[in-house]
Write a protein that binds this ligand. Sequence first.
Ligand code: EZ4
Ligand code: CO
Length: 415
Amino acid sequence: MFIDSAEVIVTSPDRNFVTLRLQTDDGLVGLGDATLNGRELAVVSYLRDHVVPLLIGRDASRIEDTWQFLYRSAYWRRGPVTMAAIAAVDVALWDIKAKAAGMPLYQLLGGASRTGLLTYGHASGQDLPELFDSVRHHLELGYKAIRIQSGVPGLKSIYGIASNATFEIDQTAEGVRYDHEPARRAALPFEEDWDTRSYLRHIPTVFEAVRNEFGPAIPLLHDAHHRLTPIQAARLGKDLEPFDLFWLEDVTPAENPEALRLVRQHTTTPLAIGEIFNTVWDFQQIIREQLIDYVRGAVTHMGGISHLRKTLDYAAQYQIKSGMHGPTDISPVGMAAAMHLGLAIHNFGIQEYMQHGERTNVVFEQSFTFVDGMLHPGERPGLGVELNVDAAGEYPYVQAYLPYNRLADGTVHDW
Ligand code: EZ4
Ligand code: CO
């Protein structure tokens, strides 16, 4: 079983996606997601210019060897571009292997450890009435766990609020619905504003209101999106303790993961981190020291199923669970890979699930189900996702960037 062709397909049905499509000499097709939000074309070049030529003629069954070859032969290791490219190859090869075996991929990963995957969706609002409506909407959709993001008085536009999002094309068209897609289609990144003191004052009042309205039982999550210092993060964790969060995410920036030591000393609010991490080494210390409770790494950005599985197996030894990143910038291919892995591993925690738009679901034909807030990848051989190449061709790449933050005095702040 040899790799006969390798194509990198860029499509932008509702947003940009980068997909690697491998085909073997016996006609099996494997897909891998290589989408890196706002930096998509760098991964396209990495794959097209430097990886695709190495793949043609390789034995498609040698997944681990191919991973090690791509990782070590480059010399320049790690980083989001490299690891997204390797992830796409890894996932496409797993897809092919499972199709060759005639099994859904989770069977090759050890079979199902559960009947379905608990998910969480994104509720948000500029103010409490808008937020409550959004929570109710998510409950109606079946979600059993909900992330809460709120506007902050005095700030015009901040991360995580669906009604802030603007898309150049058709955001209001029927069927197109995103909880929150932060990337905007424009030539320049959109500027948002930030004030940590206002945020820290306001967020506990939001959680108090949500608990009063929706009761103590529903798991609630919150994303601080890399904006706090360790001591600010410690205070937020403490202030949120009465509201029993499922997790508090990305409290401090990714560069100093050991900053979580200080946060941990002060709060029992569970911590999740790592959506922008790329390798097991980024997680090594914080897993070993038990500084986190959930690993946010995505298959798409962590070098694929092979490498994220190693990371999660390591985490399992410390009672740390998966909380794989699942925003709309993970394509249906990346989401399917996450579902198969999540179904198979023992230490599954929760899966983020935001739901793609209608056009995306036409470009990517999928077999997963979402019933009563639980995801299941389905029983089709492989990942269970097929790329409709003709439909993909109707939506060429559109330049889009993630926003960035400035403080009131004009200083650039972490976004
Ligand atoms: O900002 O996926 O938890 N989810 C997140 C996301 C990220 C985007 C970046 O591409 O933090 O909304
Ligand atoms: Co996040």
